[in-house]
Write a protein that binds this ligand. Sequence first.
Ligand code: BES
Ligand code: MN
Ligand code: ZN
Length: 461
Amino acid sequence: MTPAFAEPDAPSRPIHVVEASALDAWLNAHPVATQTWLQDSGFKANLGDLRLVPDGDGRVAGAVLGLGTADARRRTRFGAVKGLSALPAGDWQLEGPIDPAQRDEIALGWLLSTYRFDRYRPAKTPQAVRLKAPEGCDPVRLTVMAEAEFLTRDLINTPASDLGPDELESAFMALAARFGAATQAIRGDDLIAQGFPMVHAVGRASARAPRILSMRWGTSGPSLTLVGKGVCFDTGGLDLKPSSGMLLMKKDMGGAATVMGLAQMIMALGLPVRLRVIVPAVENAVSGNAMRPRDILTSRKGLTVEVNNTDAEGRLILADALAWADEENPELLISMATLTGAARVAVGPDLAPFYTDDDDLAEALSAAAAPACDPVWRMPFWDPYEPMIEPGIADLDNAPSGGMAGSITAALFLRRFVDAPRYMHFDIYGHTPADAPARLKGGVGQGARAILTGLPAMLGL
Ligand code: BES
Ligand code: MN
Ligand code: ZN
């Protein structure tokens, strides 16, 4: 499924966009019949309120879309987009004075709202409403953003029965092939021979072989490496998750899906970077050869890790992946992972919590988040908690007892495997719990558009 705007020169009907405070002026500039119609039907230009407007013959001449107040817009991302798909079939275009931020939010929100996960149940009705790219927006960039988000959502929404490590590898290789990126895959026992002991330890109990995937693209510019957690299903291993906790765990490759979406945007837009993407792809399963609580693993970097809970598997595979990435000392290193339930408890499903020691990076990212409609929130690499991840018997503990600051201790764990000075880590949720404007219930990318938008500032492009 690919997102698209309507053809630019096909006939279309207008959607007049009106802020609540500008409604009276707008009404006064329109025919009395229109004023009466909208006033009688109680139109107040509330955010997302959409009304059809008839012509003299009673035909649909156009529509008005309320933009509400700035306060209302702060409370609802993509709020204006709600309802656009209820328009009569055909092509539509935005009309009226509209600030660029609103214009781009509606245009992007519109594209994102057309997403359907139709792999197992084809859509009953094809998309009949189409929006033209509003004047002044960058339709190519917005379409690239939506297409990447669709990739991320499709990967997250696909159940583990159809998206194991093998299928995630296929998707990774297809993405690389599309843009001519060079690839590498190390699978099964080769992981031991080539120094990825913790990827192997986490994934070896599955009937589907663990692996680590890498792609490289671009020949000049600063080096940027993205690492994404690719746990295709997380049962918790021997410290098995309760059923309620396991229910959503097909999404545990959300970090991989999100860095793949981000990589697709970077390559499609031809950003001047040397990009590398690394995905450790495994299934955290149970078998006679599964890793056990209190096993001690020696990581690629040489640090030893006591496994105090086999359900804290993400940080184990990421540790080896980050160590591999770090060996090249990339100018910017970013990891994304559905790493902890604690992150969800802290900030809920909307915000992408991120960690970095670099204030400039944090500022550049935070500034980029609003225009990208992709909210992020900085969390602390709080050094005084370092002792919490030190078990005494090994260098590191993957699951500190007590569960205090679970997202922070996971982030501190990952940071032990990185020497590159500019490192950012995202502990994302990757799932929308209920339908919201432009965000269908189910898999969702987080942070990728904010990073893309912030990259020029972060890398001096
Ligand atoms: N994939 C989970 C984290 C997760 C759970 C993300 C729910 C989003 C929603 C991860 O592998 C995990 O199980 N983490 C444990 C770590 C704990 C055992 C230290 C957690 O967060 O409970
Ligand atoms: Mn887990
Ligand atoms: Zn997990």
